[in-house]
Ligand binder design. Structure first.
Ligand SMILES: Cc1ncc(COP(=O)(O)O)c(C=O)c1O
Length: 358
């Protein structure tokens, strides 16, 4: 399929942010976006990169009622030498296809979609921030557009990619976070859509996050939906613990999003010769090890913040600090390693980086 490109004329382009320290996260969008349509029997068609504009949706569009809406999140990086990179973009589109299959939505041709993304990013390259830690956030999204109020998979869809400059996810930067362990709310259950990047998962998470935020915590720690005992994820990130020199993360058993950063952490740590376990870990084990002093480090992993240190857990009315509330050595080393690969500052033995320009 050919991609039609209709560039916005320079006099219609938006002013670019001048103060990169004030970018925030997810507030600014560039001049162009990519979109294409899908109709049953015809497949994907009408691929175009054109000026960013409102979508025109029938009020009966299925995505607005029954939540057939999936998305992805990744970034484009500008290295110190000016080169532009993507990080494992095909993995994001493969994950989007897993989400699509679970929500009875059409899948994407991964190579075609990576190519569309590369073209969009190159058209918008002036929007990629230059300062360290800033990047261009990429949000591929698929919505069911058929106008039909019946609970069945829609016959029509739109896929689009929007991009925009972002600063660090946490305004406070790379510093220890305070985590509220919720026993009241769950994010996902076995057999559900926890492993998908589906909009409904995020809507379901808002109340717990809001309450935790009001109490002064950074994020919520999600436990399993049956026993409220096993650790699953933290906020919208995967979670790791370093206990007795063993790097532990919960297994991908259907309720957890298979993070691209999670996989990158595991591959790097394996290469470093660390002892790694993808195994169920109960909140009791975390708290016991915090009490005994064997909980050396804990961190979250995700595209937005890469690796984010955890300074304390609040569970059943008590605060348990991790590493005395200081950033752990392994956490910091992993953060720097991934950041430097993403920004082209060090060798990429895994072949994760995709260079778009010199
Ligand atoms: C629920 C959830 N878990 C984990 C992650 C981390 O995934 P990734 O490392 O691919 O960004 C994300 C972010 O995309 C997420 O939304």
């Amino acid at each position: 399929m050919k991609i039609k490109v209709e560039r916005v004329s320079p006099d219609k382009m938006k002013p670019k942010p001048t103060d990169e320290s004030q970018l925030g996260f997810g507030k600014i969008f560039s001049d162009h976006f990519f979109h294409m349509k899908y109709v049953e029997k015809q497949g994907w068609h009408d691929a175009v990169i054109e000026g960013y504009h409102d979508l025109c949706l029938d009020p009966a569009a299925v995505c607005l009622h029954y939540g057939q809406l999936i998305f992805e999140g990744m970034k484009a990086y500008r290295g110190k030498n000016g080169s532009i990179y993507l990080f494992r973009p095909a993995d994001n589109f493969k994950r989007m296809n897993d989400s699509a299959e679970r929500l009875c939505m059409p899948t994407l041709d991964v190579d075609f979609t990576v190519d569309a993304l590369k073209r969009l990013v190159m058209i918008e390259k002036e929007w990629i921030p230059k300062s360290s830690g800033a990047s261009m956030y990429i949000r591929p999204t698929m919505i069911a557009t058929e106008a039909f109020l019946g609970v069945k998979p829609a016959a029509e869809y739109t896929f689009f990619i929007i991009v925009g400059p972002v600063g660090p996810y946490y305004p406070q930067g790379f510093s220890p976070t305070k985590i509220f362990v919720t026993e009241e709310y769950v994010r996902a259950a076995q057999g559900g859509i926890g492993y998908c990047k589906a909009a409904g998962n995020y809507a379901a998470s808002l109340l717990a996050s809001k309450k935790a935020g009001e109490m002064g915590f950074t994020q919520v720690l999600w436990l399993d939906g049956v026993e409220h005992r096993y650790v699953e994820e933290v906020g919208t990130s995967n979670i790791f613990f370093l206990i007795n020199d063993e790097l532990i993360t919960p297994p991908l058993a259907g309720t957890i999003l298979p993070g691209v950063t999670r996989d990158s952490v595991l591959q790097i740590a394996r290469k470093w010769g660390m002892k790694i376990s993808e195994r169920p870990i109960s909140i009791d084990e975390v708290i016991d090890s915090a009490k005994k002093g064997t909980l050396q480090e804990a961190f979250a992993s995700g595209t937005a913040a890469i690796v984010s240190p955890i300074g304390l857990f609040y569970y059943k009315g008590t605060e348990y600090s991790v590493n005395g509330g200081r950033i752990g050595q392994i956490t910091e080393k992993l953060y720097n390693e991934i950041l430097q690969i993403q920004y082209g500052e060090k060798d990429d033995p895994f072949g994760w980086r995709m260079k778009l320009s010199d």
